[in-house]
Every structure is written in structure tokens, then in C-alpha cells.
Design a protein around this ligand. Structure first.
Ligand code: ZN
Length: 187
């Protein structure tokens, strides 16, 4: 690049990191997904993995919203927002490139349906979609990949900490799960 280039400004290393705005304060999964680590697996084995255990139980108990052939959709137990869903493979796999082509396709398709269903039931203004790959990137359960589908409303970042700590949350989650499962299109 020539000295007089008008390209992007070079940013010093100490200024790296996310810009400071409401989004970033909200989108910090390592803070809220498993508060205090009480549900964090002791190790990365299948035996310790809640995402492997959940599909073996019934939908209401596990907060399962929908089941596909190779992936399923579940409510996050420690949501950022109402109807915070996760889409994940049944298979205990951590790295996104390790998904098979059919798992990749179903994960994407279920994510699309999740957005449609949440829109229909809760009418959010937008969504955050994404996967945290590795503990360093904020994955609460890094051993079993999961795609977050987080509906967003204007101003929602302000009341989240209050909602997240209320004792009535489990009932709200059960109610949310039932509403989303009822709205989910038949396969
Ligand atoms: Zn697992």
C-alpha cells in the first residue's frame, strides 16, 4: 500500500475489540447463558453434555420447541430475551466445519423456521443469529455447537438484567415453549 493511500485507518492494537454500543453489552453470551456456571458441564464429554441429554426427555421438560431429523430447536434456559432459541445438532460436535452437509442444511432450515415462528408469535423488530465457537469466543457449552436465535426489540437491552433474574422465569419459559411449539409448522 503506498504511503498516501486513502484506505482504512490503521488501528493500534490497544483499540481492537467491539465498538461500544448497546448491542455489545447485550451480546455477551458468556455472561448470561450459564450464570455462575451452575449448569456448566464438568468436562466436554457426552455424559456431561446437557444438549445431548435434552432430546432424550420430553419436550416440555427440556424446553424443546421442535425436532428435526438431525437437529432440534430448544429454548435457552438463561435467555437474553423472550423466545431466545437455540438450533443444534443431536450429534455431540463442537466445530461448525465438522457438521455433515445434511446437518448443515437442517440447522439452516430450522433457523429460518425459528425466525418465522418467533416473528409470528412475538413480532420482534429484529434478530441476532450466531454461534460462539470455543470458550474463548463465549460459548457456554463449547463441546456441543449451538446456533443462537435471539429476537430483538427496540430498547430491550435495558430491561434484560431484570427479566433474567426474576424468579418467575421458569414459568415464563414453559409458556413461551408451548406457544412456539404450537405455532411451529408441521413437518
Ligand atoms: Zn452434546
Amino acid at each position: 500500500m503506498p504511503d498516501d493511500a486513502t484506505g482504512p485507518e490503521l488501528v493500534p492494537a490497544d483499540r481492537f475489540g467491539p465498538p461500544e454500543d448497546d448491542m455489545d453489552r447485550l451480546w455477551t453470551p458468556h455472561r448470561m447463558v450459564y450464570i455462575g456456571g451452575q449448569d456448566k458441564p464438568a468436562d466436554s464429554s457426552v455424559a456431561q453434555c446437557p444438549f445431548c441429554r435434552i432430546p432424550g426427555g420430553d419436550d416440555a421438560d427440556g424446553l424443546v420447541v421442535a425436532r428435526g431429523a438431525e437437529c432440534y430447536v430448544v429454548l435457552n434456559l438463561y435467555p437474553y430475551n423472550s423466545a431466545h432459541l437455540m438450533v443444534l445438532p443431536y450429534r455431540h460436535v463442537s466445530d461448525y466445519p465438522d457438521l455433515t452437509p445434511s446437518e448443515t442444511t437442517e440447522l439452516a432450515t430450522l433457523t429460518q423456521t425459528a425466525m418465522q415462528v418467533v416473528r409470528q408469535v412475538y413480532a420482534p423488530a429484529g434478530f441476532n443469529l450466531g454461534m460462539n465457537q470455543g470458550e474463548v469466543a463465549g460459548a457456554g457449552i463449547a463441546a456441543h455447537l449451538h446456533q443462537h436465535v435471539v429476537p430483538r426489540w427496540l430498547g430491550d437491552a435495558n430491561f434484560l438484567p431484570v427479566v433474567g433474574r426474576t424468579k418467575s422465569l421458569p414459568e415464563l419459559l414453559a409458556d413461551t415453549r408451548a406457544r412456539l411449539a404450537a405455532a411451529w409448522p408441521a413437518a
